[in-house]
Write a protein that binds this ligand. Structure first.
Ligand SMILES: [Zn+2]
Ligand SMILES: [Zn+2]
Length: 280
């Protein structure tokens, strides 16, 4: 770019540096703008959750990339950057400037396009590493869990093909979980269908307890808690806790908030679990 372009009459000039040989947005040229607006920021609490067994990453509510290396890769790091709207990231050079098993100090030199020019901008931030066994590895490793949340209909309600409460219960679960805290959802490992409802297995008892108590209020359910001794470690008893939530029957009025579809057909794939059971 030429340093001294002729100033044309009526050209806009930068209110900061006075130059008028380049485009001006909101009174400022791009050079002046970048001096006090970082082109690239980072997310609030940069975190990568990975499974120490298979290397899978937790992305949103899913796990993906099983078999990935446990070292941080650009695929882990790039989503942690938050460029300004007008900024297009072309390439990033990553450098680990500090190492600690659970916190990595990263320095990124981001080559980005902004208002027609490519610029390099440096960002430094800490990435928190969380190791959590993914549901797949939990299952494979013999169903590791510390708590169960049981979701059930009212006590004494008949179970069986024509009284299947499970589609309704699972809809309620899905609906409430969407509003639940992410650390509670992250503690969930897998679920199993039971004749009378659902069992949700969790890997964190504190989260299970908080989630069960929260659901009790949301679903106007009753809650019972029962610990089971499952092992001893260093001379201390270790318990698993079962939280049983009993959800009342929906009000019978037609057009109620809870839509009722056909009985067992509403949830495909659940019918096999009914077979071989004696109807009561
Ligand atoms: Zn300027
Ligand atoms: Zn895994």
């Amino acid at each position: 770019m030429t340093a001294e372009a002729p100033i044309s009459a009526g050209a806009e000039f930068c209110v900061v540096c006075g130059r008028s040989d380049r485009p001006v947005v909101d009174g400022e040229c791009a050079d002046c703008f970048v001096k006090h607006h970082p082109l690239v920021g980072v997310v609030d609490y940069p975190t990568v959750v990975l499974c120490p067994t298979c290397g899978a990453r937790e992305v949103g509510r899913h796990w993906e990339r099983a078999g990935a290396p446990t070292l941080l890769t650009p695929e882990d790091l790039l989503p942690l950057l938050r460029p300004l709207e007008e900024v297009g990231i072309r390439r990033v050079e990553w450098e680990e400037v500090g190492a600690n098993p659970l916190v990595r100090d990263m320095r990124a030199v981001v080559h980005a396009r902004f208002r027609g020019l490519e610029r390099a901008t440096a960002v430094e931030f800490q990435v928190h590493l969380e190791h959590r066994t993914c549901p797949e590895c939990s299952r494979k490793s013999g169903h590791y869990y510390t708590a169960i949340i049981q979701l059930r209909g009212p006590e004494g309600r008949p179970v069986g093909r024509h009284h299947d409460d499970r589609p309704r219960l699972h809809r309620l679960w899905d609906r409430e979980l969407a509003d639940a805290r992410s650390e509670w959802r992250k503690a969930l490992s897998w679920e199993e269908a039971r004749p009378e409802g659902w069992d949700f297995y969790l890997v964190d008892t504190v989260a299970a307890r908080a989630l069960a108590r929260w659901l009790k209020g949301r679903l106007r359910a009753t809650l019972s808690e029962s610990p089971t001794l499952f092992s001893r470690k260093d001379g201390r008893d270790i318990y698993r806790v079962t939280y049983c939530l009993r959800v009342p029957r929906p009000p019978p009025s037609p057009g109620a908030a809870e839509p009722r579809t056909g009985p067992a057909r509403a949830r495909s794939g659940s019918s096999d679990e009914d077979s071989g059971r004696v109807e009561r």
